[in-house]
Design a binder for this molecule. Structure first.
Ligand SMILES: Cc1cc2nc3c(=O)[nH]c(=O)nc-3n(C[C@H](O)[C@H](O)[C@H](O)COP(=O)(O)OP(=O)(O)OC[C@H]3O[C@@H](n4cnc5c(N)ncnc54)[C@H](O)[C@@H]3O)c2cc1C
Length: 400
């Protein structure tokens, strides 16, 4: 007899684990599959920033682009509230600290942009204020004297990317979900009231077996693999893959309580609860591609030395003490954005019962993506207008 589920969640990153947990809590029979291990990819490799202000990449292309990116603010506000209660709901530490985030500026142009951005964010309901240098001397004395102002959002902070998804995965299992690692979704066929999905499962000896399970719904929570998985369901889900650089320093006595980002440079940094400083902010790494230039996401992407150096320079410029703190490890992770910087969230066009979420800050926004998806799975009307994030918006012939 065919195995049956209410929902198959594809992807054991933070988003897939959160969706599996919430759907199982709703009473659904949930199967979460990952072709590798839970938290092995972007969700376990990222900077763990919980940032609700618009990022540098969203404002660097000017005010109009920033206005479009700000349309995701309802998801930001929802996620900020959800992160604040997630640890108590999960019953485990996720390393969450929402002790405030600063976006810093070094010159008048950047200050002008911060002021524009703060007004835009406030118009969507995010409480952001611009601090001048004398306020920064009190609030963030570790910042370089070259920093002349900063936007402060009290909701921002960090979570520990190494522990968050596995903890949520355990909560999903406790709520009744089944989790299968080394289980790759390779095919899908329409079935009465759902889909028959084919899984290729590799056991510990390397032996591969194929099984087909029937499910009413499928959630694609597959990060950079999203576009490829869309094709399995006959859907176009355009995403832009990015390979990014991260660096971690040795431990240093706690001195940075904030998330620090830059208004005019690629930089995010924070001090983790283990006292290391995590430095990132969007410096590129080399995405591996085949001979035709097609990205190969199952290969290990490569560090670019200039990115490591540039990222370190940006960090030391903002926080000069870091000049004396050794870096101990750099690595690459791969993630997706959509061409308009807004996420893809919602039902997949022409694939009934299939839902997707990806794009941009899917660690920060994971809880709100998962909440919205779980609502759709249960047939609840979304309490956030999902139209701006419609996965079909880039598909020719779709009306917004
Ligand atoms: C270096 C770096 C720093 C970042 N910093 C931040 C940050 O500070 N804050 C923030 O909000 N975001 C950040 N991001 C983005 C963030 O990491 C991602 O948006 C988020 O983790 C995506 O989570 P996910 O669960 O959607 O995907 P992933 O964590 O990538 O998980 C997808 C999973 O799907 C599985 N999968 C794929 N195809 C299949 C298949 N066919 N069958 C079964 N399983 C499959 C994969 O094995 C993988 O485990 C960063 C990203 C990178 C790379």
């Amino acid at each position: 007899m065919t195995e049956r589920h209410d929902v198959v969640v594809v992807g054991g990153g933070l988003l897939g684990c959160l969706t599996a947990w919430m759907a199982a809590r709703d009473g659904a029979r949930v199967l979460l599959v990952d072709k590798d291990q839970v938290n092995q990819h972007a969700s376990g490799q990222n900077a763990g920033s919980l940032h609700f202000q618009l990022e540098y990449r969203m404002v660097e292309d000017g005010e109009e682009a920033a206005r479009v990116a700000a349309e995701a603010m309802p998801l930001h506000l929802d996620a900020a509230a959800m992160w604040a209660r997630l640890e108590s709901e999960i019953g485990e530490s996720l390393g969450v600290r929402q002790t405030g985030g600063l976006m810093v500026a070094e010159n008048a142009d950047q200050v002008g942009m911060l002021e524009f951005k703060a007004e835009l964010e406030r118009s969507w309901g995010l409480d952001v204020r611009t601090l001048d240098r004398s306020e920064l001397d009190t609030v963030a004395p570790y910042l370089s004297q070259d920093i002349v102002a900063a936007n402060l959002s009290a909701l921002e902070g960090k979570a520990d990317a190494r522990v968050a998804a596995p903890a949520v995965g355990r909560a999903a299992v406790a709520a009744g979900a089944s989790v299968c690692a080394r289980s790759r979704l390779v095919g899908a066929r329409r079935a009465p009231a759902g889909w028959d999905v084919t899984l290729e499962e590799t056991d510990r000896t390397g032996r591969v077996r194929t099984r087909t399970v029937r499910t009413a719904a499928v959630v694609i929570a597959a990060g950079v693999w999203t576009t490829g998985l869309g094709r399995v369901f006959g859907a176009e889900l355009p995403t832009v893959p990015l390979a990014l650089t991260m660096t971690v320093t040795s431990k240093v006595p706690a001195f940075i309580p904030h998330l620090v980002q830059h208004a005019g440079a690629r930089l995010s940094l924070k001090q983790s609860l283990d006292k290391t400083v995590l430095i990132g902010g969007g410096w590129p790494a080399r995405l591996m591609r085949d001979a035709d230039g097609v990205p190969e996401f199952d290969r290990k992407h490569q560090l670019i030395p200039q990115s490591i150096a540039g990222n370190a320079r940006a960090a030391v410029n903002a926080v000069p003490v870091l000049d004396r703190v050794p870096a101990v490890r750099s690595w690459v992770g791969a993630t997706t954005v959509a061409p308009d910087q807004l996420p893809l969230v919602g039902a997949v066009k022409d694939a009934p019962g299939v839902f997707v979420a990806t794009g941009g800050s899917a660690f920060t926004l994971g809880p709100s993506f998962a909440r919205v998806l779980t609502g759709l799975l249960a047939g609840r009307s979304p309490d956030i207008d999902l139209a701006p994030y419609d996965p079909a918006r880039f598909v020719e012939g779709s009306t917004p």
